[in-house]
Design a protein around this ligand. Structure first.
Ligand SMILES: Cc1ncc(COP(=O)(O)O)c(C=O)c1O
Length: 371
């Protein structure tokens, strides 16, 4: 298929990659920089791979303006692995606090309960995760080892517009953020964060790599049962090379970091330009939903995700036809998560504005023909 006729891919993850990155991979596949071997054939200890890995780390730090007192770790295990790694590294006091805003934070809770006592600060389960309770209603425990939240709920389409300032609330506990589905989509205020983690398979690359950004003073607290490959201190000491890292995923993520940095636009930093574009894409789609009599969103306007937009048809019997016709028009992987059904459009960084414009035109045309 010619590259100019590739469909627009709205998958929630693994998801669309920037075309320029795929072309670079194709170019490098058999012989990286004319060396006669593919990156996936290189020893992780080779000078060539070490250079790829160091560059990736440097570019990631630069893209997200991560301060020097945070370590960047390249790990395996995905978001689910990190859900275990966090309590295994940080739950020394035995109690952890969690904000439950949807499918993924509920998963984090289940995993953490294997290692610690989990206190729920609040849960949105009662209103089917359509909103986030105001901060006045949050109930923290007194002695939590950390407080964890998911900044963007990929399934329910609920996002924190800003991270809470725990210190301002009188808490000493570090904030842990699962930002798997909004990392690098907007700026992070690192002064509020203890640990941020993300599987890269949405905004930053292929599945297989998990990035952990951890404040240095939080290293060295792992429980004795923590597996070596999840031990943040060990990973930091070995520059993410305690064992064989996911070399191919690191290489591809490195290319995505470079692509992301190249999105710089005039006076805007790369991340600010990406954020502005994401804002435009989300506004376009949400206003099309608002103006329609066929589609609706269940999510409270104040907490709507700019990355994952779940929406529904008032006549659910039309959903299958909607998805089939969308696919025929080159708009693919739009089915909602199995827990919710309906439609979900994921608008990650690699989704061009033209893709959202085409989706909105299709939605309007579909509505006209089913009025
Ligand atoms: C926000 C969030 N956290 C965690 C996960 C779990 O990630 P993984 O499938 O890499 O284990 C996902 C997966 O989609 C996610 O969206």
């Amino acid at each position: 298929m010619p590259t100019d006729s590739r469909p627009f891919n709205f998958s929630a993850g693994p998801s669309a990659m920037p075309l320029a990155v795929l072309e670079q991979i194709e170019n490098d596949l058999l012989s990286w920089q004319g060396q006669g071997l593919s990156v996936m054939e290189m020893s992780h200890r080779s000078d060539e791979f070490m250079q790829i890995c160091q560059q990736a780390e440097q570019d990631f730090r630069c893209l997200l303006t991560i301060p020097e007192h945070f370590k960047i770790l390249f790990m395996q295990g995905g978001g689910t692995g990190a859900n275990a790694a966090i309590p295994l590294n940080l739950s020394q006091s035995g109690v952890v606090d969690m904000l439950i805003t949807g499918h993924w934070s509920a998963h984090s809770k289940l995993e953490a309960e294997k290692y610690a006592k989990v206190h729920t600060v609040f849960s949105g389960a009662q209103d089917n995760y359509r909103s986030i309770a105001p901060i006045e209603q949050w109930r923290f425990s007194q002695n939590a080892a950390y407080v964890q939240l998911c900044s963007n709920e990929t399934v329910h389409g609920v996002a924190f517009s800003t991270l809470p300032d725990l210190a301002a609330l009188g808490l000493n506990a570090p904030l842990v953020v699962d930002c798997s589905s909004d990392i690098a989509s907007r700026a992070i205020d690192w002064s509020l964060v203890g640990v941020a983690f993300a599987g890269v398979q949405k905004n930053l690359g292929p599945a297989g790599l998990t990035v952990i950004v951890v404040r240095e003073d939080l290293l060295g607290r792992a429980l004795p049962i923590c597996p070596s490959i999840f031990n943040f201190e060990l990973l930091a000491q070995h520059h993410s090379m305690y064992n064989t890292p996911p070399t191919w995923s690191i290489y591809v993520a490195g290319l995505v970091f470079q692509w992301s940095l190249a999105q710089r636009d005039g006076d805007l930093t790369a991340l600010a330009a990406i954020e502005a574009r994401n804002q435009r894409k989300a506004s376009l789609l949400y206003s099309a939903i608002e103006q329609s009599e066929l589609y609706y969103s269940q999510v409270d306007k104040a907490v709507r995700s700019k990355m994952n937009v779940p929406f529904f048809l008032h006549n659910p019997a039309l959903t299958t036809t909607f998805l089939q016709q969308a696919k025929q028009q080159g708009l693919i992987q739009l089915a909602g998560h199995k827990a919710l059904g309906g439609v979900r459009a994921s608008l990650y960084n690699a989704m061009p504005e033209a893709g959202v414009q085409q989706l909105v035109s299709f939605m309007q045309q579909f509505e006209r023909s089913h009025a």
